[in-house]
Ligand binder design. Structure first.
Ligand code: HEC
Length: 198
């Protein structure tokens, strides 16, 4: 089952790909451009500038994390209650589910900005099934592993990446945590570094 699945993902994504320019940009234009386009872009987020989006907003530690809609603060803000101070579009109303799903799908598939003209790193992400991690890491990282804390507690979580001297872990309930190395056992620190390719 697994090899077949990988095969389908590898060879079907380019044809199916949702991209920013064609699918997400029109949604942004309708709901976000009042505050996030051109010179007046709030929060340094210019949703109209494709190069800036690709270079600064999409990446492993950015607001849009290829392959990880649930880890992308960009999408999270649109899912908050409208009364939340971080909710986007600010002062507006929640986007229709269909549009939120399109955005989630776009991020899941690798958050490619322009499918007709993909950058090298974007091609890698798509090839890895949307994941921002290296090809060798893509499969093990999608599995749950055991981790022990420095005081001996055991959890099961998926490894999302390193953040300085800390590991980002995703629990089965969908919550993610940044766990400092000092809070993890030596074995778990070694495991995290190995998974990150260090
Ligand atoms: C009425 C103005 C307004 C609208 C409309 C708006 N925003 Fe914002 N947005 C802001 C302001 C102001 C900030 C920066 C200050 C802050 O974060 O409180 C911001 C910040 C953000 C950030 C954080 C940027 C970062 O790097 O931390 C994201 C992501 C964001 N907006 C997404 C959106 C999206 C997506 C939409 C459309 C669905 C949207 N915004 C619509 C005003 C707006």
């Amino acid at each position: 089952m697994k090899p077949l699945f990988i095969f389908i993902v590898l060879f079907s994504v380019p044809a199916l790909a949702v991209d920013y320019k064609k699918d997400v940009l029109p949604i942004m234009k309708q709901h976000c451009f009042d505050c996030h386009a051109g010179g007046k872009a709030k929060g340094n987020l210019d949703l109209e500038n494709l190069d800036e989006m690709r270079d600064y907003q999409v990446g492993k530690f950015n607001i849009i994390r290829p392959g990880n809609p649930e880890e992308s603060s960009f999408l999270e803000k649109m899912h908050l209650p409208e009364s939340d101070r971080d909710f986007m579009p600010r002062k507006g109303s929640k986007l229709p589910d269909r549009e939120l799903e399109t955005i989630a799908k776009w991020i899941k598939e690798g958050a490619v900005i322009d499918a007709a003209n993909p950058a090298e790193k974007e091609q890698e992400w798509v090839k890895n099934g949307g994941s921002e991690t290296g090809a060798a890491m893509a499969v093990p990282n999608r599995e749950f592993h055991q981790w022990t804390s420095s005081d001996g507690k055991m959890i099961e979580a998926r490894f999302l990446g390193l953040q300085g001297e800390a590991a980002k872990l995703l629990m089965k309930n969908g919550k993610s945590y940044t766990v400092l190395f000092s809070r993890l056992s030596a074995e778990s620190v070694a495991q995290a570094k190995k998974m990150a390719g260090q």
